[in-house]
Write a protein that binds this ligand. Structure first.
Ligand code: BTN
Length: 262
């Protein structure tokens, strides 16, 4: 059985990475959603760095109103409050990419060989290992705040039928069970590092690093009603797709479905 998330191990790992560990981590046996909880706490005045982890979620949320299945223990459900630095029109679109990069780094360190699908699905063998939900919550004169949540499939067990053909678990590709406290610490450390770099104006670095971590361009995809092939990532973080009429389109949101047969 995969070991539970341990706040002590999480802080130990953060300190080894060079973080001062000056943050609160709220750990729940069960909650509706770690991201919903942080949104509530943010409205009540929470600060950047506040982190929530749940062993089980009863209302896990995915992108675009989808459900994230997390009713059983053994998977990572983790969210953090971030203060978004820099001019928000430019930095907010890059945050989902930065979160994808952080997940890519953490899961690579854990022993997987993942790649990113725009904007931040983490895949292995065309199956989803981790999903990320980035929500800009509070855009006030005092600054912009986001809640970034990640769910990682860690434990090996049958998935619900609707995702059984599209999901994959981390432990299925490792020789020993993954350490989810260490994984969470590395994700957080990398995410805050990328967020800082975006705020410092290193926006090209995020786009370049994302391209390297992503699946190759040239894939046939469908986004909403548009079908075409992926071409590149634009400097502002949008996905460039050439549609079937040969026109280049820049995609800012939506689900990118793969049409290639593997
Ligand atoms: C997606 O792939 O659509 C995003 C899934 C994000 C799931 C995580 S689990 C922790 C946090 N709490 C939630 O309710 N959602 C995110």
């Amino acid at each position: 059985m995969t070991a539970r998330f341990s706040a002590q191990k999480f802080f130990e790992r953060l300190r080894m990475l060079g973080d001062d560990g000056d943050r609160e981590v709220a750990v729940f046996d069960e909650i509706d959603s770690t991201s919903s909880e942080l949104r509530r706490r943010l409205q009540a005045g929470a600060q950047s760095g506040l982190t929530a982890v749940a062993h089980r979620q009863t209302g896990g949320r995915g992108r675009l109103g989808r459900t994230w299945h997390s009713p059983l223990e053994g998977n990572l459900c983790f969210s953090v409050v971030l203060k978004i630095a820099g001019p928000i029109d430019e930095t907010i679109p890059l945050l989902p990419l930065a979160a994808g990069l952080a997940a890519h780094e953490a899961l690579t360190e854990a022993g997987a060989q993942p790649y990113l699908k725009w904007p931040n699905d983490v895949l292995v063998h065309h199956r989803k290992l981790a999903g990320i939900l980035c929500e800009a919550v509070d855009l006030t004169k005092q600054g912009a705040w986001a809640v970034v949540g990640i769910g990682v499939n860690i434990a090996q067990r049958p998935f619900p039928p609707e995702i059984s053909q599209t999901a994959i678990a981390l432990n299925a590709m490792l020789e020993k069970d993954a350490d989810m406290s260490r994984l969470a610490a590395r994700f957080l450390f990398s995410l805050e590092n990328w967020n800082r770099r975006i705020g410092d104006g290193e926006r090209t670095a995020v786009v370049d690093a994302w391209r390297k971590a992503a699946e190759p361009f040239g894939r046939r995809v469908k986004v909403g009603e548009v079908t075409g092939k992926t071409v590149d990532l634009a400097p502002d973080g949008r996905l460039i797709i050439q549609d079937d009429e040969g026109q280049d389109l820049r995609i800012a949101g939506g689900i990118v479905e793969s049409l290639d047969l593997f």
